[in-house]
Design a binder for this molecule. Structure first.
Ligand code: NAD
Ligand code: APR
Length: 242
């Protein structure tokens, strides 16, 4: 009816610049384990053994095996309704939109997301330790896989380890400072700088919403909270914004 169209148009004009942050929780329903939940990755591995530059220097094979296993898993999982809802929303939303993910899987892009920054790197890329060049790389990384530029076994996973600098920080912070809606989805809020994005958005005057299975470490910083499985809550929540 004409009334429905009127209300829809009013809502579409409410927010013009949206930033979304996602974490491991958004991929949980696809079958990828999170880090800090019960049976999370950090329950079964010491992150100091597999996710630091020091670990890689000490035992590169152990670190490569950890990421090779995770890279192989990508072919066994599919985007879930939460990934698809974000991609669908981006396509239909008329304002500015940026999706920042801490995830190193490729489920957002496989769902169709376009404006997407992987601030903690990507499993499907490798980086040459000598040249710094980043290449697409879908298979295992091992001692007999050579860097295409150096022809030597100098590849490491293109993953931001603990103590390393997250990627795209200038672009992300500049966009947060301009946003009017900030959504945080499936992240425990334990890892900075991502856990501090809500404060930047709030200082910019944005409305802030936490969408998570349970209250996160930074729940107090958010104006609105929506708890439950993201695959169930997010499609409906985003539909309401259009
Ligand atoms: P960190 O949180 O201090 O910083 C992360 C990285 O981002 C650092 O390399 C830092 O240089 C960089 N950084 C910070 N602000 C930045 C900005 N504005 N622009 C660009 N880069 C910036 O350190 P960390 O060692 O990566 O640890 C991350 C978090 O994880 C810590 O809060 C720590 O408490 C937590 N942690 C959790 C566990 C666990 O859950 N088992 C274990 C270890 C650490
Ligand atoms: N829907 C919504 N949220 C969920 C779901 C779900 N189906 N399942 C789990 N969650 C929530 C959990 O309640 C938890 O708060 O997702 C969050 C996942 O938190 P973490 O495992 O800590 O993952 P994340 O916040 O992405 O970790 C940040 O830490 O180890 C580093 O670099 C790694 O990028 C990672 C960073």
């Amino acid at each position: 009816s004409s009334l429905t169209i009127f209300i829809t148009d009013m809502k579409a004009s409410t927010y013009k610049r949206i930033v979304v942050l996602t974490g491991a929780g958004i991929s949980a329903e696809s079958g990828i384990r999170t880090f800090r939940d019960a049976d999370g990755l950090w329950e079964n591995h010491r992150l100091e053994d597999v996710a630091t530059p020091e670990a890689f220097a000490r035992d590169p094979q152990l670190v490569q095996r950890f990421y090779n296993d995770r890279r192989r898993q990508l072919s066994e999982v599919e985007p879930n309704p939460a990934h698809r809802a974000l991609a669908d929303f981006e396509q239909r939303f008329h304002g500015e939109f940026l999706l920042v993910t801490q995830n190193v899987d490729d489920l957002h892009e496989r769902a169709g997301s376009q404006k997407l920054l992987h601030m903690h790197g990507e499993l499907n890329k490798a980086r040459c330790l000598l040249s710094g060049r980043v290449i697409e790389h879908k298979g295992d990384i091992s001692a007999d896989v050579l860097c295409p530029c150096c022809q030597r076994p100098t590849l490491r996973p293109h993953i931001v380890w603990f103590g390393e600098m997250p990627l795209y920080m200038d672009k992300i912070c500049a966009t947060l400072e301009q946003c009017d809606l900030f959504l945080s989805i499936g992240t425990s809020g334990h890892v900075y700088p991502a856990a501090g994005f809500v404060d930047i958005a709030r200082q910019a005057g944005a409305h802030t919403v936490e969408i998570n299975l349970e209250p996160s470490n930074t729940e107090d910083a958010f104006a609105e909270h929506l708890y439950g499985q993201a695959g169930l809550t997010l499609p409906h929540f985003l539909q309401q914004l259009l």
